[in-house]
Design a protein around this ligand. Structure first.
Ligand code: FMN
Length: 82
């Protein structure tokens, strides 16, 4: 099997700025409901990405635990750089 031939087509939908809600929390709920309906594995898994003062990025996978109008809640260890 050739690794180069492994490719899945993602042509079911497109993303256009005109189709998304201006409120990111509202848009999140649309996408999260869609992910739950599609029965994806761990739909609340997300990538948490930050960057330091020199703009060097750092990203980790975490589980989303709560969503409020103020933002997204995740749990981690206080010793972690996250
Ligand atoms: C599906 C998935 C969910 C995860 N959820 C969390 C989480 O909720 N909190 C967390 O601290 N780490 C979570 N992790 C582990 C982190 O991605 C990371 O590997 C780990 O916390 C070590 O990161 P650190 O070296 O920056 O502390 C998860 C990993 C995976 C694959």
């Amino acid at each position: 099997m050739s690794l180069a031939d492994l490719r899945r087509e993602y042509t079911l939908a497109s993303l256009d700025v005109a189709d998304v809600d201006a409120n990111p929390i509202v848009q999140f709920h649309h996408w999260f409901d869609e992910a739950c309906r599609a029965e994806t594995l761990e739909p609340n898994a997300m990538t948490l990405a930050t960057c330091d003062a020199e703009a060097r990025p750092s990203a980790r996978i975490v589980l989303l635990k709560e969503v409020t109008p103020q933002g997204f809640v995740f749990f981690t260890d206080y010793r972690s750089r996250k």
